[in-house]
Unconditional design. Structure first.
Lengths: 117, 114
């Protein structure tokens, strides 16, 4: 398996523009997580899905952020309109609920470095 | 509020030396604790995982300890190598609705000099 795939790897945009980040989880994983990482705040969980259904989006900072998972192999994180303070690295991770056990390692993608000018 | 505090924030050591990173948490209820290694420009990769009943877990030159009573964990790196230069993140998970929601520490940035 190629692991978690994210695109684009780098995105530079101007304030006010719409940004869409994409993620393909590892095949067979039923959990998908979106994170944001900054120097000031470290890694923050934004939202996670189970079987394509959003379970907890309490980490989404504002209504400008939205995430979808139309099927088991694809998810998007959209920011509209984008602002300079959204500049960060956005990670997608996936995991599988292990049969009979609670331990589920998350596998992270390479991240998308977003810069909003 | 669930929190994970790591120390030191950054650390510089010489190649071949040992070092220990600390993690204190207030996450409750506790499910498991992971240490991740994050190389510059890459996503975090899991090094070790420990549950409530485990005190020590090793992965090569990495040894993690857990004291669930004091809610402290440490990651010991033996005979450091240049490739150990990275950020080390402590993550404590709590059960939530059939899954396990992680709380991340801010990480310790380790630099190993030749």
């Amino acid at each position: 398996d190629a692991g978690v795939i994210q695109s684009p790897r780098h995105e530079v945009t101007e304030m006010g523009q719409e940004v869409t980040l994409r993620c393909k989880p590892i095949s067979g994983h039923d959990y998908l997580f979106w994170y944001r990482q900054t120097m000031m705040r470290g890694l923050e969980l934004l939202i996670y899905f189970n079987n394509n259904v959003p379970i907890d989006d309490s980490g989404m900072p504002e209504d400008r952020f939205s995430a979808k998972m139309p099927n088991a192999s694809f998810s998007t994180l959209k920011i509209q309109p984008s602002e300079p303070r959204d500049s960060a690295v956005y990670f997608c991770a996936s995991s599988a609920q292990l049969a009979g056990g609670p331990i589920n390692e998350q596998f992270f993608g390479p991240g998308t470095r977003l810069t909003v000018l | 509020k669930n929190q994970v505090e790591q120390s030191p924030q950054s650390l510089i050591i010489l190649e071949g030396k040992n070092c220990t990173l600390q993690c204190n948490y207030t996450v409750s209820p506790f499910s498991n604790l992971r240490w991740y290694k994050q190389d510059t420009g890459r996503g975090p990769v899991s090094l070790t995982i420990m549950t409530f009943s485990e005190n020590t877990k090793s992965n090569g030159r990495y040894t993690a300890t857990l004291d669930a009573d004091t809610k402290q964990s440490s990651l010991h790196i033996t005979a450091s190598q240049l490739s150990d230069s990275a950020s080390y993140i402590c993550v404590v998970s709590a059960p939530s609705g059939g899954s396990y929601i992680p709380t991340f520490g801010r990480g310790t940035s380790l630099i190993v000099h030749p």
